[in-house]
Design a protein around this ligand. Structure first.
Ligand code: ADP
Ligand code: MG
Length: 315
């Protein structure tokens, strides 16, 4: 199978490449032509997944397809953006039709569900690596950012951070793990509806990819504030506590990565609206601390704190 046949068979002719909002011209030309409503801002983000670094070599093609798009959609969710278009740069060791079919199935299912269309890409031979660039939109000036947190506000997190890290640990050790932990790692759900729902409610937001403490630290830094977490307020999934005991569960909740939940700040006056939004989405949202004057993050009652994963540096 040559490059052009591969593109035609798996991408250009596929469902995910059809019927995108604002797609004037999709796959097949030298560039896509895309049209944004005049009253919206364009939000762009790109992420690369390298086999053995960002996912275990043993992960199925379908899960890799889901993950490559999910981690990118999570960045749009954190900004309160509506997903529109994505491009896919794929480096493959060989043109394995079975692998490609699985990869595309995972990619297409999440793309359909999220309303995002594939509009172009690049296909090359080499060690397995997947780069996705996503494009989204938000009403002008309404996107969520990291720099809007102010002293006196509440700090929140969605979902059950730490579950994904428990799932990854089990996969690496070949040990058993609760189904919800494996699902959290293998098939993270980008919190898109939460992100758009938080426009006008949250003052700052970030998605939790490197760990709750590390990512909260980015809001603290960009906003010029201190984030004071409370260990007793952390949402500990029952499965996490049962598998690890309370202290270790708390450590994973604070330091484990790969959850793709949203961490955000909001004025106390918006707490009731946030709880209503969370109920409507059937998604846990927990107030885990406060924004204070100062810098950095702390967690009262958690003992020694560890930072999240970094590719370069001390980690
Ligand atoms: P060019 O040489 O002009 O860069 P390519 O031969 O790389 O064009 O790609 C031909 C067309 O197929 C382009 O429209 C490109 O966007 C699209 N394409 C290539 N690879 C992929 C892919 N993996 N997914 C989606 N579209 C792709
Ligand atoms: Mg090219």
């Amino acid at each position: 199978m040559g490059e052009f046949e591969l593109i035609r068979r798996f991408f250009a002719g596929a469902d995910i490449a059809r019927d995108g909002e604002g797609v004037v011209l999709g796959i097949g030309d030298d560039a896509a032509i895309l049209r944004l409503p005049a009253d919206e801002d364009l939000l762009v983000s790109v992420d690369t997944l390298v086999a053995g670094v960002h996912f275990p070599h043993a992960m199925s093609a379908r899960d890799i397809g889901h993950r490559a798009l999910a981690v990118n959609l999570s960045d749009l969710a954190a900004m309160g953006a509506r997903p529109l278009w994505f491009t896919l740069a794929l480096t493959l060791p060989s043109a394995d039709a079975d692998w490609l079919a699985g990869f595309c199935a995972g990619l297409a299912a999440l793309a359909r569900e999220s309303g995002i269309a594939l509009v172009g890409g690049d296909t090359t031979r080499g060690p397995l690596s997947i780069t996705v660039q996503v494009h989204g939109a938000a009403p002008r000036g309404a996107a969520l950012r990291r720099d809007g947190a102010r002293a006196g506000e509440d700090l929140w997190v969605s979902g059950w951070p730490g579950l994904a890290a428990l799932g990854l640990r089990a996969m690496q050790q070949g040990s058993a793990a609760p189904a919800e932990a494996l699902a959290a790692f293998l098939a993270p759900r980008p919190r898109l509806a939460l992100g758009t729902g938080l426009r006008g409610l949250a003052s700052a937001a970030i998605d939790v990819s490197d760990g709750l403490l590390a990512d909260a630290g980015h809001i603290a830094e960009r906003s010029g504030v201190h984030l004071a977490l409370e260990a007793a307020a952390l949402p500990l999934a029952p499965a996490l506590g049962a598998a690890l005991g309370e202290a270790e569960a708390r450590a994973l909740c604070l330091g484990g990565g790969d959850d793709y939940e949203l961490c955000f700040t909001a004025p106390p006056a918006h707490a009731e609206s946030i709880r209503r939004l969370a109920r409507r989405l059937a998604l846990a949202c927990t107030r885990i601390g406060r924004v204070e004057a100062g810098s950095g993050v702390s967690c009262a009652g958690a003992g020694m704190l560890r930072a999240g994963y970094q590719h370069f540096g001390e980690g």
